[in-house]
Write a protein that binds this ligand. Structure first.
Ligand code: SF4
Length: 155
């Protein structure tokens, strides 16, 4: 792991060290939600059902270090695949930097406030149910993108 360099988030993603890469995440928890993918069309719909390891009140993984042991298909976002993950929210720091966009203005790296993502309405905190309680995913399809159409939220 390297040190965090001054304003590292303005550098290209390929320039970031491992610690800077991790620090870029805003902790919204959106990538920890299940999706429904239709085999015939490849269409993906979002749900409000969270991975069983996600704490739904903090949007934090309860066992980040060992998550792959419990959830083998947990997505590990890397530089190689960031362009291929079409369902990342438009506010996701990785997606935005891959597209050459600045971080959202509420991002904790700009403000020092990790609650900004909650106030901006982007975090899943208190808005999702654990997969252990949810029942069929098809009953939980939601349109998270509604918030993102508000430019204030994305930027
Ligand atoms: S969607 Fe992006 S910013 Fe949000 S938790 Fe996942 S990797 Fe982090």
């Amino acid at each position: 792991m390297g040190a965090l360099r001054d304003r590292f988030w303005e550098r290209p993603l390929a320039d970031l060290n491992a610690e800077e890469w991790e620090a870029l995440c805003d902790g919204c928890g959106r990538c920890c939600l299940h999706k429904v993918e239709y085999e015939d069309t490849g269409e993906i719909e979002h749900t409000n059902v969270a991975c069983r390891l996600l704490d739904t009140q903090t949007a934090r993984c309860t066992d980040y270090r060992h998550r792959k042991a419990f959830v083998p298909d947990c997505l590990r976002l890397t530089l190689k695949i960031v362009d291929d993950v079409s369902w990342l929210p438009s506010t996701c720091a990785y997606r935005r930097r891959a597209d050459g966009l600045p971080l959202p203005r509420w991002h904790h790296l700009l403000t020092g406030d990790r609650e900004g993502v909650v106030r901006a309405g982007i975090s899943v905190v208190g808005r999702v149910v654990s997969e252990d309680m949810a029942g069929p995913l098809e009953h939980h399809v939601v349109d998270w993108d509604e918030d993102e159409h508000d430019d204030e939220a994305a930027a």
